[in-house]
Write a protein that binds this ligand. Structure first.
Ligand SMILES: Cc1ncc(COP(=O)(O)O)c(C=O)c1O
Length: 398
């Protein structure tokens, strides 16, 4: 059968990262490719106890259809936490529970962008979001990232050049893939540009709770006085990624439209896990749990940075994240990235090439992403040594 896929999907490639997952079965392989949280971050015993209690006491609520906006007690608990931790929540804001941040990103674009409208994004950016925008027929305009966030001159130029720009998608804190955090000054300037050119900001913040050094920077949403920011959060990196619970907080009018769009997609987010999540938030100390994850990632990031400092040739540069789960390495010009990634794979060390994260899939890259949340301490040191040997050899031959 010769299937004639829709124009939107015929161009979409499978995520390079999911593809790399398929080659990870080999014993002894070391993966810096995944974006998974460390399983130590899953509170298994509590989740089991809450699931048992729910099936004992409230089985119908867990098994029946729920409402699209989300499980009431969970919405209240998240709203309160957003206010307490991030000072987010204006009087005319509302909140919807979504099936992971991934769905929140996709729904936001779906309700705001028509075919041919443009989403501006950091370049590089999160592949799941880029593919969601592409799948909706939106056009992408990538804006380069500096060490302190999106390049402001390039952003303003893109806004001038792109009359159909509707949305700026940004991951301001511990960016995926680059591990970079946007400075407060830049956030203020970006908000000013969004106002000047009248676009919305979609602030994606799944890693914001995972700071292990430096000082918190206020979110865009907390500085938003006019309903211009859609805030997307997730429990994937702090409780469980398989649970698939995220949320959007935005002006009521935006959330009302998002509710309609979600009804079409999946009616509502999984009731049992919303109830388990609500019990966790009301009965356990999430902040203490997060403190444990931060400590784990502080150690792992430190170990990886230390190994990079010791073994990687100094022509290779890398970011020094203050939180989150990724860092971003850049090879010098003249060292072909594709060959580097292939040679690493031949030695059973897996990294994701920067080409997987570019707004324009044909744009070349000299960078690759390293994840430190999943590998063991031994794997981090051994894997970085292997990458450093390959880099040394290739630099010598370049
Ligand atoms: C930047 C970013 N946004 C959103 C997501 C989606 O997270 P989830 O759908 O699991 O909440 C991820 C997942 O890795 C991510 O890295």
């Amino acid at each position: 059968m010769n299937y004639k896929f829709s124009d939107k999907f015929v161009r979409l490639k499978p995520s390079a990262i999911r593809e790399i997952f398929k080659s990870l079965g080999t014993p002894g392989s070391i993966s810096f490719a995944a974006g998974n949280p460390n399983p130590e971050s899953f509170p298994v015993a509590e989740m089991k106890r809450f699931a048992d209690e729910i099936f004992e006491n409230e089985p119908v609520a867990a098994l029946q259809y729920g409402i699209t906006e989300g499980y009431g007690p969970l919405r209240e608990l998240i709203t309160a936490r957003l206010k307490r931790v991030y000072n987010i929540g204006a009087p005319d804001d509302d909140l919807i529970i979504v099936t992971g941040g991934q769905q929140g990103i996709e729904l936001s674009c779906k309700v705001m962008c028509g075919e041919g409208d443009v989403v501006l994004c950091e370049n590089p950016s999160f592949i799941g979001a880029l593919n969601a925008f592409r799948s909706l027929g939106a056009k992408l305009a990538g804006v380069p990232l500096d060490g302190d966030g999106i390049n402001l001159e390039a952003l303003e130029q893109a806004l001038k050049d792109t009359p159909r720009a509707k949305l700026l998608y940004t991951i301001p804190t511990f960016q995926n893939p680059a591990g970079i955090t946007t400075s407060l000054e830049k956030r203020r300037a970006v908000l000013g540009l969004a106002k000047k050119y009248d676009i919305l900001i979609l602030e994606d913040n799944p890693y914001g709770d995972l700071r292990f050094s430096g000082k918190d920077v206020p979110t865009y949403k907390s500085m938003d006085a006019e309903g211009r920011v859609i805030y997307c959060g997730s429990f994937s990196k702090i409780l469980s990624s398989g649970m698939r619970i995220g949320f959007l907080c935005a002006n009521k009018a935006l959330i009302a439209k998002t509710v309609v769009a979600k009804q079409v997609e999946d009616v509502h987010t999984n009731c049992l896990f919303q109830m388990i999540c609500a019990k966790y938030l009301s009965e356990c100390d999430l902040d203490a749990h997060i403190a444990g994850i931060r400590e784990l990632y502080r150690k792992k990031a430190g170990l990886m940075l230390d190994a990079l400092d010791r073994f990687m040739p100094r022509e290779v540069s890398f970011t020094r994240p203050e939180g989150g789960i990724f860092l971003w390495c850049t090879l010098p010009d003249g060292v072909p990235l594709g060959e580097f990634v292939r040679r690493a794979g031949d030695k059973n060390v897996f990294v994701v090439p920067g080409t997987a994260f570019t707004a324009d899939p044909d744009e070349p890259s000299q960078s690759f992403r390293l994840n430190y949340s999943m590998p063991t301490d031994e794997e981090i040191v051994k894997g970085i040594k292997i990458l450093a040997e390959i880099a040394k050899d290739m630099i010598a031959k370049a």
